[in-house]
Write a protein of this length. Structure first.
Length: 232
């Protein structure tokens, strides 16, 4: 995968690769799918945030033995960070990313689906506090400095590009994308949408998609597997 964009990062962690192999299996139960997605999201998020955040001093405190020490927090500060799951399967990664941060952050949701004939994304829900350049809401506050988009799959990359565009229009200064699995095409599309402002971190990368836009060999429809809606 030497030809991947410079802002694409595919994990080489052996434990993550073993878990991804387990997740691929059609025999894996919905409960185990949920657990594996959570664990892989933790591992991908750990690597992504180690690169995207910095430690910074935050005053002093006292240890149980009475010694003073310098408190440490992160930069950007948690109030300037938000997590943005792409509905519905992105919800499965929110708790993992939230648990890595020292304090709770805002969670905003983007609802998108792929139109079956064109495979292009259609946005059906957007609860960013302010996402229209023609509307000003004085009670909404400004955009987050850092947005962390979570979605288990980046197939063609069209949905991720649309999500990046929505957040860029909102005014975020930096985006970190965390996914379980991507294709080479999907990574190139997501990374190229806003090269200077986006870093994409994934657990694994497959070559391409089939005629239905599903990754080969991929994970199947991860949303259906997570929420037991297979055959709907």
């Amino acid at each position: 995968m030497a030809n991947l964009p410079k802002n694409a990062h595919v994990s080489a962690h052996p434990c993550l690769q073993a878990k991804l192999s387990q997740l691929r299996s059609a025999a894996t139960s919905s409960r185990d799918v949920q657990t594996l997605v959570h664990e892989i999201a933790l591992m991908v998020g750990y690597e992504a945030l180690a690169s995207g955040l910095t430690a910074t001093a935050d005053g002093t405190d006292e240890s149980p033995l009475g010694y003073n020490y310098t408190r440490t927090t992160i930069s950007p500060s948690p109030p300037s960070i938000c997590i943005v799951p792409i509905l519905r399967s992105g919800l499965s990664m929110v708790s993992a990313l939230s648990s890595l941060l020292p304090t709770p952050v805002s969670v905003h949701h983007l609802g998108m689906y792929r139109e079956k004939s064109t495979l292009q994304p259609v946005e059906y829900y957007n609860n960013l506090p302010y996402h229209s350049p023609t509307v000003t809401n004085p009670n909404a506050g400004g955009p987050s400095q850092l947005a962390i988009i979570v979605d288990p799959i980046i197939a063609t990359g069209a949905t991720m590009r649309a999500a990046i565009d929505s957040l860029k229009d909102w005014g975020v200064k930096k985006i970190i994308v965390c996914a379980v699995l991507a294709t080479e095409e999907g990574l190139a599309a997501a990374c190229g949408e806003w090269e200077e402002g986006v870093e994409v971190w994934v657990g694994g990368c497959d070559k391409d998609v089939d005629e239905k836009g599903m990754i080969k060999p991929g994970l199947g429809d991860i949303g259906d597997r997570l929420y037991l809606t297979i055959g709907k």
